[in-house]
Design a protein around this ligand. Structure first.
Ligand SMILES: Nc1ncnc2c1ncn2[C@@H]1O[C@H](COP(=O)(O)OP(=O)(O)OP(=O)(O)O)[C@@H](O)[C@H]1O
Ligand SMILES: [Mg+2]
Length: 433
């Protein structure tokens, strides 16, 4: 097994006022071919900056002040090239690696796609950036990629679907009609604009773009954070499958330990710019060594207990600075179970009596049979029907109550919230019925 990436003593600084702040502080890790490294850590711990440094994209005023990033590519025939220190390359050479050998899915998918261009245009541009091919061939490859990330069904599935659709409309279709309809559906997907796709679909376009150059290393920065758990799982499955089929290595950045457990082989835990623990995923979960890792594992909320105060990693460790200003982390004498007991669970009886107490007052908000519809414009812009985004929803909210609204992507949560905010006149397109 050979090493794809070997990061040694990397340090990235940002000038804040007149003093440098180390966003990444002397970190080292390795990634083997075909493996997944999970990077976890709280917000601001340096995960994205580490990824950007590997891509040669640290934004100014940031700068890489020390370290080496060794990368070893492998040809399509499986020949390993000499490792190169990416930090020693001039920008022109770095461009060959960035988006060619190493690609990245950025943290905010919505802002990574340009809303004024179709997904197909953006995908074919990404393909043509690294491959000297004409537009029709780029579109053909883009369609293959969309099938690979399952935004489009495979050819066999498409054919079956199209045959069923056509025959239900006008009897047995000719092969030519079927071919034309398949072609039309494939191109229609390329011609969609980002706002016509769901969060999960956009993420699939981003993955298609990222793998379009057949990279050896894919860096995915919080690729599923904005998605609901079911869509999250399908994206995770897709990444795993692509990794295994293409022999790619993945750096998977997240603050969600559950996801790391699902996908990573090794894990680097970051805290305030440092890698405080680096081990195999099994060891990290079964035998965490660092107080921060122990805190992270224990603080995960679980649905089967409810605590009066949510424990945070601060309950498990004490951070001080020594004479040289270096961070010193000590495990708090208090053990994990003690910390949980100190947070005391809220019993079911307590919860119920709180609900009864809340409902002694009259509701602050009473929603009855709310329906919110979006008009579907047919030919000539005429509204010919409505889709119901919120369908016959009723509930009360009492003063002091917190009402949780859960449901999968696209089930109407945001439309409902918006319609409460501006009753009668919500989104320009939506009408409250
Ligand atoms: N453009 C910038 N200017 C100044 N400081 C920055 C800049 N970008 C990042 N930093 C600093 O670098 C540190 C690490 O940021 P980074 O974006 O890597 O965090 P992260 O671990 O990815 O967090 P999140 O989980 O919120 O994405 C931050 O604390 C921040 O202070
Ligand atoms: Mg980040």
């Amino acid at each position: 097994m050979n090493t794809v990436l070997d990061v040694r003593n990397l340090q990235v600084e940002f000038q804040v006022g007149n003093r440098p702040v180390k966003a990444v502080d002397n970190i080292s890790f390795r990634l083997q071919r075909g493996q997944t490294l999970g990077i976890v850590g709280e917000s601001g711990s340096g995960k994205s900056v580490t990824a950007l440094a590997t891509m040669g994209l640290v934004p100014p005023p940031g700068r890489i002040s020390a370290g080496e990033i060794w990368f070893q590519s492998v040809s399509d025939e499986g020949e390993a090239a000499e490792p190169v220190n990416l930090l020693s390359l001039p920008e022109t050479q770095m461009q060959h690696y960035r988006g060619g050998e190493i690609s990245m899915i950025f943290q905010e998918p919505m802002s990574s796609l340009n809303p004024v261009y179709t997904c197909g245009f953006q995908l074919t541009e990404a393909i043509r950036l690294h491959q000297d091919i004409a537009q029709p061939e780029a579109r053909r490859r883009a369609i293959n990629l969309l099938q690979e990330v399952r935004l489009l069904p495979s050819d066999e599935e498409l054919e079956q679907r199209v045959r069923e659709e056509l025959s239900s409309r006008s009897g047995q279709p000719s092969d030519r009609d079927v071919r034309e309809e398949i072609n039309r559906q494939k191109h229609a997907m390329l011609d969609r604009y980002p706002h016509e796709l769901s969060g999960g679909q956009i993420q699939r376009v981003m993955i298609a773009m990222a793998i379009s150059c057949n990279p050896s290393l894919l860096i995915a920065d919080e690729p599923t954070t904005a998605l609901d758990v079911t869509v999250q799982a399908t994206i995770l499955d897709l990444l795993r499958e692509l990794r295994d089929r293409r022999g790619m290595s993945i750096i998977f950045i997240t603050h969600d330990l559950g996801l790391v457990a699902e996908i990573a082989d090794n894990v680097a835990v970051m805290y305030q710019g440092k890698v405080v623990e680096y081990n195999s995923v099994l060891e990290i979960f079964s035998n965490p060594q660092h107080p921060y890792t122990k805190g992270l594992i224990t603080c995960r909320p679980t649905p089967n207990r409810r605590l009066r105060y949510l424990p945070t990693v601060a309950d498990f460790m004490e951070v001080t600075r020594n004479d040289r200003g270096e961070m010193v982390i000590r495990e708090k004498a208090l053990d994990v179970n003690q910390a949980l007991r100190a947070n005391r669970e809220v019993s079911d009886a307590e919860l119920n009596s709180r609900l009864v107490q809340l409902q002694t007052r009259s509701p602050l908000l009473s929603v009855q049979n709310l329906q919110v519809g979006f008009p579907i414009r047919g030919v000539f812009g005429k509204t010919d029907r409505q889709v119901m985004a919120v369908n016959n929803v009723s509930f009360d909210v009492y003063p002091g109550e917190t009402l949780g609204l859960v449901g999968e992507s696209g089930c109407g949560k945001t439309t409902l919230a918006r319609s409460l905010f501006a009753t009668g006149q919500t989104d320009r397109r939506a009408g409250i019925v």
